[in-house]
Ligand binder design. Structure first.
Ligand code: NAD
Ligand code: MG
Length: 391
């Protein structure tokens, strides 16, 4: 029986995770659920899954939530803030942590789980982008098990022999597929004034708003390129991004003998989530089998880094190293929030990220979390400033 903490339970990945867990009550027990502010959903989840703990990250809302839990007579202990998140991530009774908080906010609880040697199901790609070296070192030192949930990385993981380096496995390249997002065929001029609603209407996947905008700018693929480099111990030169509008082939591994292995399936995150939960076994995820006759055809195209500069910016940031990916991520989080709030045009997102990267040159990153938090805060300030000046 695995005891599971779901960080970010009320989000798109969190809800899909609980859907898979509910199908297998004899395998999985929910130990803790966390939310930032959507406490109505959290309360409903507490009724259904009866966790030992529920954490409300937004401390302002925690007391009111605890009161509602008591009024309903639920046997759930309510914790608050980052300390609460870290406590349920590292608790000795927990075996498995689903890391599904969005953005840099997910780093400290995910790192707490890593340092406690848990099995980590990693959806929160920003944590790895921001703290790659620190994160992977901590995984090694604590003997944590890191399983990628991001569909592309999960696909690559499924196509690789476990426990071997890419060199040992005879891997030539990793091929990371990208849908191209809702604006795949638009010109730069047409993209300038698209609305948040248009940007969040992803053609194939239903996701949170931040990652939906990242998919539309293709920053998501840039973050995933960095994620792949850390997870699989490789460099951007060995990772080819392939635009694949149908989102059926979730990624591929090219081997020295001429073989290319791929993982295919309907675009539904419950598949990689179920794979992470049950690994190395496989369980029902509630996802219908892929019907190749319905899919019909699969297209593959090279990415266009002129219309989608975010991909280039992410690659350059990884190569620059040190603080650059952390700066890139912080600027992107601020710019995406500004776009969603109607304060920045869509194409302004990549422009702001580029300007912030120009201003805050890459520096060596000290190996402790508080130093990362400081660089993150500085980058956010700089991004806000740039938005005021240029938006
Ligand atoms: P979402 O916006 O739907 O959910 C985010 C969750 O994080 C919510 O539970 C929210 O309460 C919590 N949260 C937000 N800010 C917080 C804070 N400051 N402190 C604590 N908790 C906070 O996002 P999502 O689409 O589920 O994505 C979650 C993560 O998974 C992201 O890193 C995303 O890149 C990654 N991911 C998502 C998908 C997908 O299909 N949705 C696919 C691959 C990877
Ligand atoms: Mg992905």
């Amino acid at each position: 029986m695995q005891a599971i903490t779901v960080l970010g339970a009320t989000g798109s990945i969190g809800v899909s995770t609980l859907d898979v867990i509910a199908r297998h009550p004899h395998r999985y027990r929910v130990f803790a659920l966390t939310a930032n502010s959507r406490t109505d959903i959290l309360l409903q989840q507490c009724r259904q899954f009866a966790p030992r703990y529920a954490v409300v990250a937004d401390e302002q809302q925690a007391d009111a939530f605890a009161l509602r839990v008591r009024e309903e007579g639920l046997a759930v202990e309510v914790l608050a803030g980052v300390a609460g998140l870290e406590a349920v991530a590292a608790h000795p009774e927990v075996t498995t942590v689903m890391a599904a908080i969005v953005g840099f906010a997910g780093l400290s609880p995910t790192l707490a789980a890593v340092r406690a040697g848990k099995k980590i199901l990693l959806a929160n790609k920003e944590a790895l982008v921001c703290a790659g070296q620190l994160f992977m070192q901590a995984v090694g030192q604590a003997g944590a098990t890191l399983l990628p949930i991001d569909s592309e990385h999960n696909a690559i993981f499924q196509c690789l022999p476990y426990g071997k380096t890419l060199v040992e496995a005879g891997v030539r390249r990793l091929l990371l597929t990208a849908s191209g997002g809702p604006f795949r065929e638009r010109s730069l001029e047409e993209m300038e004034w698209v609305t948040p609603e248009q940007a969040c209407a992803h053609p194939n996947w239903s996701m949170g708003r931040k990652i939906s905008v990242d998919s539309a700018t293709m920053m998501n693929k840039g973050l995933e390129l960095i994620e792949a480099c850390w997870l699989f111990g490789t460099t951007p030169a060995q990772v080819q991004v392939v635009v694949h509008p149908q989102s059926i082939v979730h990624s591929l591994v090219e081997y020295a003998d001429g073989s290319t292995l791929a993982q295919l399936g309907n675009p539904d995150m419950r598949t990689p989530i179920a794979y992470g939960l049950a690994w190395p076994e496989r369980i029902d995820a509630g996802v219908p089998a892929l019907d190749l006759f319905v899919a019909g055809r699969l297209d593959f195209l090279p990415p266009d880094e002129v219309r989608f500069p975010a991909l280039r910016l992410a690659r350059e940031a990884f190569i620059a190293g040190g603080s650059a990916p952390l700066v890139l991520n912080a600027a992107n989080e601020v710019a995406v929030a500004a776009f969603l709030a109607g304060r920045l045009p869509f194409t302004g997102v990549a422009r702001i990220v580029e300007r912030v990267l120009e201003q805050l040159a890459a520096r060596p990153l000290p190996g402790d979390l508080s130093a990362l938090v400081a660089v993150d805060a500085l980058s956010r300030q700089c991004a806000e400033q740039e938005i005021k000046v240029h938006a």
